[in-house]
Design a protein around this ligand. Structure first.
Ligand code: A8S
Length: 183
């Protein structure tokens, strides 16, 4: 977790990112500040059918369902990773409170019972509307691995996803802004 966690953030974490955890599981919470309005970031996060819009490791995605809770997606990841596919179900899509949650059901990878949650929170950054993203997960510690190794692996992937979410959102926000000025 980043070191500049404010009291407000701590409250959000407790409210939205409290996971029930079993003995053989681990979890953590990561945060990312994005210099783009919340609606721009949310437009990317909420698209359960298109994780490739910002996740750098996703090759393609096919969905069964209509992007509502209970829909299932089959994600193909790029080569070079210790997996090729992942089957995932949409658990929460809250357009009012900006909560998005996905559970991994299966796939040829080692993340069993992976459950993730993303929440967005409006924030003013340098006098402009920005967004604080919090992402948390809980997962089984794979046999033969330690808690620290599991955390390190997953946090590395989530950090890449959040960095890319920030880049894509900031680019989109800039485009909207210049289109508006050009009119
Ligand atoms: C996400 C988070 C994770 C995705 C992991 C942790 C994954 O897609 C990748 C490699 C794996 O070994 C597991 O929200 C899996 O994307 C990139 C295929 C699930």
């Amino acid at each position: 977790m980043s070191s500049h966690i404010s009291d407000g953030e701590t409250e959000y974490i407790w409210r939205y990112h409290k996971h029930e955890m079993r003995e053989n599981q681990c979890s953590s919470v990561l945060s990312k500040q994005i210099k783009a309005p919340l609606h721009v970031v949310w437009s990317l996060v909420r698209r359960f059918d298109q994780p490739q819009k910002y996740k750098p490791f996703v090759q393609s995605c096919t969905i069964q369902g209509d992007n509502t809770v209970g829909s299932i997606r089959e994600v193909s990841v790029k080569s070079g990773l210790p997996a090729t596919t992942s089957t995932e179900r949409l658990e929460i899509l809250d357009d009012e409170q900006h909560i998005f949650s996905v559970k991994i059901l299966g796939g040829d990878h080692r993340l069993k019972n992976y459950w993730s949650k993303i929440t967005l929170h409006p924030e003013v950054i340098d006098g402009r509307s920005g967004t604080m993203v919090l992402e948390s997960y809980v997962v089984d510690i794979p046999e033969g691995n330690t808690k620290d190794e599991t955390r390190y692996f997953i946090e590395a992937l989530i950090k890449c996803n959040l960095k890319s979410l920030a880049d894509v959102s900031e680019k989109l926000a800039f485009q909207y802004h210049t289109e508006f000025l050009d009119r």
